[in-house]
Design a binder for this molecule. Structure first.
Ligand code: ACO
Length: 466
């Protein structure tokens, strides 16, 4: 019976819309007639794809924009933020100073630095966003999905920024209680937030949103970690640095100076890295004049993949799978035989040793001895590194990348593997937002093209005749 109803309905719909079908077909006829003298567009002709192309698969070689934010020289193994060598920044600077440098283009003077860190510290306390987050089953969500959710909630909070906070919380709680969605007071946006349209965005409101995101991603990440392990989120301690606060809010313990310094260097090292996949995803969304929260959400989604920021989690799983230095040779032989990707190795840009892996390797050595299990993983990593460099390194210039040692360090600092990509995002948000502000000064929507290799002139066959 229901099937017959459906058929009758679709036939009557079809009859009543015949006029529209006729209109579409006459528009087709007109379109073909008007452009019949135009030559075939070049991109439908045969190209020597992918060989004789300046741009390769995965957009290899393509230039997305000019940038003063950062530079990677893959042949020399150099990484520069705003003209400063990453080794110098790790030796002398802090994540807060580097975030300021990326956003503002220069190192801060003392009073600017004080003002910036005060704002970051204020924005880190996120009671209402945390309460909202806790109304979702965070422990059941993929942690990166939970982080994206957190960014959406931040965005919502931003919309209600002018409203009294207490009013905002009570509205939200009302929707959480025994009501069903249909019964609740509409909470939709009163206005679309296309902040990017405003020319002032990059100078005032925009910078403030970037500060928010840099500050709050740390609190949201720590809250997700706490909720996943069955604990209540902690409020940040304003007397601590960004790195120390992140560790404190995750583990519940104030880190030692060495732990804090190591975390700080990890955050510096991950803050920016040229036109990587997540930065590009962030910029693509920003270039449509969507908003900074949607843009950063896209960055988080792109970062999640195991070929990008999700690799650090996979490295620890791989080292645990190898389990013992004695198993290494056989494991690696099998991996090569089965053409397995070795996680934490290889890079689109670096054809020399990644400078970030150089620093992280020595930090991993410094901290791994704290725990025998982690020390064992570190020993395996050292042997694996030797094997890969002497084989894939020689032939294909495949070396350790930033993700190879970071997981060992995070494990030693008491962070669970599924949280590693979130720690990456806590840092990379500085680069994402800095590059969005920079790109928007001369915005042009991203719109590459693909080479069509499908057929033409297919005749549409109705369903019942296929
Ligand atoms: N293990 C084994 N072989 C590798 C690896 C690896 N990790 N990386 C590259 N190769 C080999 C490839 O098999 C390929 O060999 P071929 O030319 O004989 O086919 C050659 O090196 C080039 O590799 P591509 O995949 O073409 O390099 P691409 O630039 O497209 O990919 C990527 C770069 C995704 C990082 C790749 O090296 C990889 O998958 N690495 C493992 C995942 C990883 O660690 N990702 C984190 C990267 S750092 C970051 O995003 C933060």
């Amino acid at each position: 019976m229901p099937n017959r109803d459906l058929k009758t309905k679709s036939r009557s719909l079809h009859l009543s819309t015949q006029k529209i079908t006729g209109m579409v077909l006459s528009a087709k006829e007109k379109a073909y007639k008007e452009t019949s003298s135009e030559p075939e567009p070049e991109f439908t002709k045969k190209l020597d794809w992918p060989i004789q192309c300046t741009v390769g698969p995965g957009l290899e070689g393509a230039i997305a924009c000019e940038s003063e934010t950062g530079y990677v020289n893959g042949a020399k193994g150099l990484l520069i933020y705003r003209g400063y060598d990453i080794f110098d920044l790790c030796a002398y600077s802090s994540f807060e100073e580097v975030a300021y440098l990326l956003l503002h283009g220069r190192l801060p003077r003392q009073e600017e630095f004080n003002k910036f860190t005060k704002k970051i510290s204020e924005y880190q306390s996120l009671i209402e966003v945390k309460r909202l987050l806790m109304s979702f089953p965070v422990e059941e969500l993929n942690p990166m999905a939970a982080l994206r959710l957190g960014v959406n909630l931040m965005r919502q909070k931003q919309i209600y920024r002018e409203k009294d906070d207490a009013e905002f919380i009570s509205d939200v709680i009302a929707t959480d209680e025994d009501s069903i969605p249909m019964e609740t007071k509409p909470m939709g946006e009163k206005r679309p937030i296309y902040e990017f349209v405003d020319k002032q965005f990059a100078r005032s409101e925009g910078i403030d949103s970037c500060y928010h995101l840099i500050a709050e991603l740390a609190t949201i990440t720590a809250s997700i970690s706490r909720l996943r392990s069955g604990h209540l989120p902690l409020e940040p301690d304003p007397s601590l640095s960004h790195a120390a606060n992140l560790l404190y809010m995750i583990t519940g313990k104030r880190p030692t100076p060495v732990e804090e310094r190591i975390m700080d260097i990890c955050l510096i090292l991950h803050a920016d890295h040229g036109m990587n996949a997540s930065t590009f995803a962030t910029l693509v969304v920003a270039s449509t004049l969507s908003d900074i929260y949607f843009s950063v959400g896209a960055g988080i989604a792109a970062l999640n993949g195991p070929l990008h920021g999700g690799a650090n989690e996979q490295v620890i799983r791989m080292l645990k799978e190898i389990a013992d230095t004695e198993n290494l040779k056989l494991w690696y032989e099998n991996a090569l035989k089965n053409k397995k990707r070795i996680m934490g190795f290889g890079h689109r840009v670096y054809k020399a040793y990644d400078p970030r892996a150089r620093i992280l390797g020595s930090l991993a050595k410094l901290i791994a001895h704290k725990n025998p299990e982690i020390e064992n993983l570190f020993r395996i990593s050292q042997l694996l590194e030797k094997e890969v460099i002497s084989t894939l390194g020689k032939v294909k210039k495949v070396f350790p990348n930033v993700d190879f040692f970071s997981g060992i360090i995070y494990s030693a600092l008491g962070i669970e593997p599924e949280m590693f990509p979130l720690i990456f995002a806590v840092s990379r948000v500085a680069g994402w937002t800095a590059r969005v502000l920079e790109y928007l000064k001369h915005n042009r929507i991203f719109r590459p093209r693909s080479i069509y290799i499908g057929p033409f002139n297919q005749q549409y066959v109705p369903m019942e005749k296929r």
